[in-house]
Design a protein around this ligand. Structure first.
Ligand SMILES: [Zn+2]
Length: 487
């Protein structure tokens, strides 16, 4: 009797314990708000929940719909106010499910691949259910570079790697890119555009820093990034690619992956600084550091920018295949040193230009471990255009004239660098080599030249040109120096 009673009360205790445990897990949740971010390649729908909730997401055909079932959840927001334009969703309905729970139905106007995950509370948000509608076959970039340009860039990158590898003693010998040893007709010069990836920091659920009168970093940096892209695109020989062109979030690794996909020659991430005191102001330029931050502020800033993914809510399981693994070793070191040197040199130019339109917070290029700069093969900079936490600068950051000034200064720095060191296949490189010509009566053959074109350009009959250079036919080779007879 005594024993029996003890067992019974132990069971009761256990049962109560279990009951509490279960009750915590199924605590009723409320959808407090819904937010939608429309990107070119996906739409993200976020449910802000008062507590964690189990979700079941599935597609239905004819008409195409996506159903989101939330266990033990109530609706406390009006989904009809969601900005659906530019997204795959034509309408949102919600209702109670048979047997309890909430059902949200999205009517769709295109094919989607759904993905969903939940996020636990952070500084900015509480419990969230994130539903991503991905558009198969769409690029995140609105105007991707054309396939021929991409091919030219691939060949260039490969031959650069081969050269780098040959410089390493003991590395496996790769067959050198076909050298024009034989006399042959020069191939046309590609005269390609130099591609600048312009990255507006933050976006979507991640507002970035917020100024004293409510200005959001994500908005001003998008404005400046767009102006910078326009500046780049209006310059012959340059093309810009925006990593985001709207109010949506992109993961930090995805940003550099996009730049790589678009064969960018350079990656520039635009941000606005914030500090706990309203006093600091001015622009700063950052490059990646492999060894650690050059200053405490730089480290603090890198930490806070790197936290972006937590706020922006990138699903942990989404982590892109780590390309760094593949690129490891000596080759990576070489590339890394080269791109870092380029980054620092370009950074110096940009800083100098920024100093003409704005006060400088730091007068040299700072270094810190920003995730968004960890792209071993593309020189990259992160630019803090100013302090949004400074009331004066916050106001100026919203001013279109100042925004244009900043973007012109950034591009001015980039342009100066690329005019001095143009990539071999670029239009700028071709132009530079062809401007050397008028000084003497010698001409060095460029890729893309033909004998008759050279003759015409110098106003010399082609026969005379052949005679002066002991040429029998029309065959010429890149690098060969021709004597130009005076006509
Ligand atoms: Zn930022």
């Amino acid at each position: 009797m005594e024993m029996k009673g003890a067992v019974a009360s132990a069971c009761r205790l256990l049962a109560t314990g279990l009951f509490t445990l279960v009750a915590v897990n199924v605590q009723a949740a409320t959808v407090e708000s819904m937010r939608l971010w429309a990107a070119p390649d996906h739409a993200r729908l976020v449910f802000d929940l008062s507590a964690a909730a189990n979700a079941n997401v599935f597609s239905l055909e004819n008409p195409a719909r996506l159903v989101i079932d939330l266990d033990d959840t109530q609706m406390d927001t009006d989904p009809s106010t969601l900005p659906l334009h530019d997204s795959a969703i034509t309408s949102v309905r919600s209702g109670l499910r048979d047997g309890g729970g909430l059902r949200v139905v999205l009517e769709l106007n295109r094919e989607i691949e759904p993905r969903h995950f939940t996020l636990t509370p952070n500084d900015q948000y509480g419990h969230r259910l994130v539903v991503d509608l991905e558009y198969p076959g769409e690029s995140a970039v609105e105007n991707p570079i054309d396939p021929i340009e991409a091919m030219i860039r691939d060949q260039e990158i490969q031959s650069q790697r081969a050269v780098a590898q040959q410089q390493v003693p003991g590395s496996p010998q790769v067959s050198a890119p076909a050298e024009p040893v034989e006399v042959q007709e020069a191939r046309p010069h590609p005269r390609r555009d130099i591609i600048i990836a312009v990255d507006a920091g933050h976006g979507g659920e991640d507002p970035g820093a917020i100024g004293p009168s409510g200005t959001r970093e994500k908005d001003v940096v998008l404005e400046i990034a767009r102006r910078l892209a326009a500046e780049v695109n209006s310059t012959e020989g340059f093309k810009a690619v925006l990593t985001r062109d709207g109010d949506y979030y992109i993961g930090l690794r995805q940003r550099t992956a996009l730049a790589r996909e678009q064969k960018a020659d350079f990656f520039v991430s635009v941000h606005a600084d914030a500090f706990t005191s309203p006093r600091p102001q001015g622009s700063s330029v950052y490059a990646l550091s492999q060894r650690g931050a050059t200053s405490e502020t730089a480290q603090w800033l890198a930490d806070s920018e790197n936290r972006s993914d937590l706020i922006g809510g990138v699903d942990g399981s989404l982590s892109l295949r780590d390309k760094d693994q593949v690129l490891r070793g000596v080759l990576l070191d070489l590339t890394m040193t080269a791109t870092l040197n380029d980054s620092l040199s370009i950074g110096g130019q940009v800083l100098e230009q920024l100093g003409r339109v704005n006060q400088l917070h730091k007068t040299r290029v700072e270094q810190a471990g920003f995730m968004v700069l960890k792209s071993p093969d593309i020189p990259s900079l992160l630019i803090e255009v100013g302090f949004i936490s400074n009331p004066d600068e916050e106001r100026r950051l919203r001013d279109p004239v100042h925004q244009t000034g900043l973007s012109q200064a950034i591009f001015g720095g980039l342009r100066e660098h690329f005019e001095r060191y143009p990539p071999p296949a670029s239009l700028l490189s071709w132009q530079r080599d062809n401007q050397r010509r008028p000084s003497g009566n010698e001409y060095r053959i460029q890729s893309g030249d033909t004998l008759s074109a050279i003759a015409i350009r110098h106003g010399v009959p082609v026969g005379q040109l052949r005679q002066a250079n002991d040429l029998n036919g029309d065959a010429i080779r890149v690098g060969q120096v021709l004597q130009i007879p005076s006509s």
